[in-house]
Ligand binder design. Sequence first.
Ligand SMILES: Nc1ncnc2c1ncn2[C@@H]1O[C@H](COP(=O)(O)OP(=O)(O)O)[C@@H](O)[C@H]1O
Ligand SMILES: [Mg+2]
Length: 269
Amino acid sequence: MNDIIFDLKNVQFSYLGKFPALCGVDMTIRSGEKIAVIGANGTGKSTLLQLLDGLIFPDHGHVTAFGEKLLENSHVDEKTAHRFRKRVGLVFQNADIQLFCPSVREDIAFGPLQLGVAEEEVDRRIQEVAQVLDIQHLLERVPHQLSIGEKRRVAIASVLAIDPDVYLFDEPTAGLDPLTVRHIIDFIVHANRLGKTIITATHDLHIIGEIADTVYVFDRNKRIVRGGATQTVLNDRSLLEANNLIHIHQHHHNGKEHVHQHLPLEPHD
Ligand SMILES: Nc1ncnc2c1ncn2[C@@H]1O[C@H](COP(=O)(O)OP(=O)(O)O)[C@@H](O)[C@H]1O
Ligand SMILES: [Mg+2]
């Protein structure tokens, strides 16, 4: 049995103490797993990733990471904070939150430099991650002037430069063209083969067959209604429909009424 990376027990969280975002979540994630968290908008996926990244903390219950409870004051000392930041990296849905330096090169260098990595090693990592994500030509560009897909690749590069054990991806393929989606899926699959633990929040059911072995479904009550093998969850059409992940499409065709179930983005006529 692999080591437990995250263990969540009855985790509850609300924003400002009044907007519930997670209501009683139990979850165990082991080293090397490939997990997807799926659910309609507002079901708590991004909140979960922020809890796993130690950016926010539960109101009730607890999150244990690498055998230690994540508490509001547990990252006060720099050494502990750095150790955690070296192990867990979050790629935000909105790359603009993550990219704030005057150049792509500086954005990629920021994390490792903060964590005390030597400058020559940082330079080496920049070259390496730029090649992996095919952004060598963007290194001197201003991040906020890039396209969404370019920004997303730079955001991933800035996390890859830290070389964490665990990647948290928030809607990594939303709004991207098919080629960039392919690039990101390949990156995730490859990183997992190298032993990285991957947790992806998404409502794009097309990608989860590749990026996840296990899927957790969040419902509108902001709790897990199902956890299981990806294919088993994908085959449960009524579960997906009840949770707004597929919809019934009704139309007339050749004078007859047809009812289709399809994924939100699945082409249909
Ligand atoms: N900064 C915030 N302030 C208040 N409520 C928030 C904030 N962020 C998220 N929420 C609420 O928390 C719930 C879960 O949101 P979120 O985790 O972003 O869901 P998802 O990522 O699944 O779309 C939603 O009801 C949302 O309105
Ligand atoms: Mg979200």
